[in-house]
Ligand binder design. Structure first.
Ligand SMILES: Nc1nc2c(ncn2[C@@H]2O[C@H](COP(=O)(O)OP(=O)(O)OP(=O)(O)O)[C@@H](O)[C@H]2O)c(=O)[nH]1
Ligand SMILES: [Mg+2]
Length: 321
């Protein structure tokens, strides 16, 4: 009899655990998370509360800093956050809530894509190999076309054999027009054609795909600079956006990538991809704190609809929980 009772209690405890876990990853008031949109770990709020269960001790603050660093926030960002949370939390206060609000404050502000009405907006997309540039461009084109804008894509990745085909597929899927040349053509020349064609068609937005490159390879970074220069010359003004596509799972290495691209072409925003994977999401804070560049888009899968406009409040709620 007692054994049966124990088994029933254990089963109930397991069911309750999973129910509570499900609830904590979908805080009420936050937009319903789509497939895998939350950074891994279902939020660190529970851990933060545990740390401070015995009061705001020196150990608790040190462990909070470690926790943030392990979540990819970066040493400087973690230290700054702890300082701010500390100044708000008197012993017994809710550190997790203060942390959530501070994360939101750091990440908020100028996160909207800079796409203006009535004039062609040029969005240049850069990043290391395989970070998700072409996929993000396809998803972004779909989102813009669905919102009533006309979009032209320029295939300035003339390096990889299948790059043009991949962009073709996305142009088809999204209803965007595409401009490309044969493999091996000058990427800057495709960019120039892209502007002229987009202007002739009266497109609202031109999105320029570029070949992936190691951020440490100077000649390739110079090539990117040339693409930007030519775009500016053809359009009569600098691109409205230079989006750096960053794979969220690259952790702190993402920061050095971002720095190199920012130095070469002046990144205006980050599209953070693969947040549906094992990435911890703290990289968003590291990019913002260490480079001052806002995350504007978040990729949460390979499908056409798996792209979100960045929302600081929703992100902070998902990250902290
Ligand atoms: N899970 C997941 N996969 C993604 C996401 N974004 C892109 N991918 C996948 O990542 C791989 C590389 O994506 P691409 O868009 O080809 O990357 P790229 O930066 O254009 O690559 P190169 O042009 O070779 O430099 C593909 O298999 C994509 O489907 C995302 O948000 N989540
Ligand atoms: Mg590509």
């Amino acid at each position: 009899m007692i054994i049966v009772l124990v088994i029933v209690l254990v089963l109930l405890a397991i069911v309750a655990f999973f129910l509570l876990r499900g609830r904590s990853s979908a805080p009420s008031g936050a937009p319903a998370p789509r497939r895998g949109a939350a950074p891994a770990g279902d939020g660190i709020g529970g851990k933060v509360r545990n740390l401070f269960a015995g009061g705001a001790t020196a150990d608790a603050w040190t462990e909070l800093e470690d926790l943030l660093i392990r979540a990819d926030v970066g040493p400087k960002g973690a230290e700054d956050l702890v300082t701010r949370v500390k100044s708000r939390v008197s012993s017994g206060g809710d550190a997790a809530q203060a942390l959530r609000e501070e994360v939101e404050a750091v990440l908020g502000g100028d996160v909207d894509l800079n796409i203006s009405d009535g004039e062609l907006s040029v969005v240049m997309v850069v990043g290391v190999n395989g970070s998700g540039k072409t996929t993000t461009i396809g998803k972004l084109a779909k989102r813009l076309v669905d919102s009533g804008l006309s979009v032209t894509l320029a295939g300035s990745d003339t390096f990889r054999a299948a790059a043009g085909e991949q962009l073709d597929i996305w142009a088809d899927r999204s209803g965007a027009h595409i401009v490309k040349q044969t493999r091996g053509a000058d990427p800057a020349s495709v960019a120039f054609d892209g502007v002229k064609s987009a202007q002739a068609r009266g497109s609202d937005v031109l999105i320029v795909d570029t070949a992936g490159r190691l951020h440490t390879r100077t000649p390739l970074m110079d090539e990117l600079e040339k693409v930007k220069r030519v775009l500016a010359k053809a359009a009569g003004r600098d691109p409205q956006e230079v989006l750096l596509v960053l794979d969220a799972s690259t952790g702190q290495n993402g920061i050095s990538q971002a720095r190199a691209f920012t130095d070469a072409v002046g990144v205006t925003g980050v599209a953070l991809t693969k947040l549906d994977g094992t990435a911890k999401g703290g990289i968003v804070l590291a990019v913002r704190e260490e480079l001052g560049v806002p995350v504007k888009l978040v990729g949460t899968g390979e499908g056409a609809g798996d792209l979100e406009l960045f929302d600081a409040k929703a992100f902070a709620e998902r990250m902290i929980g």
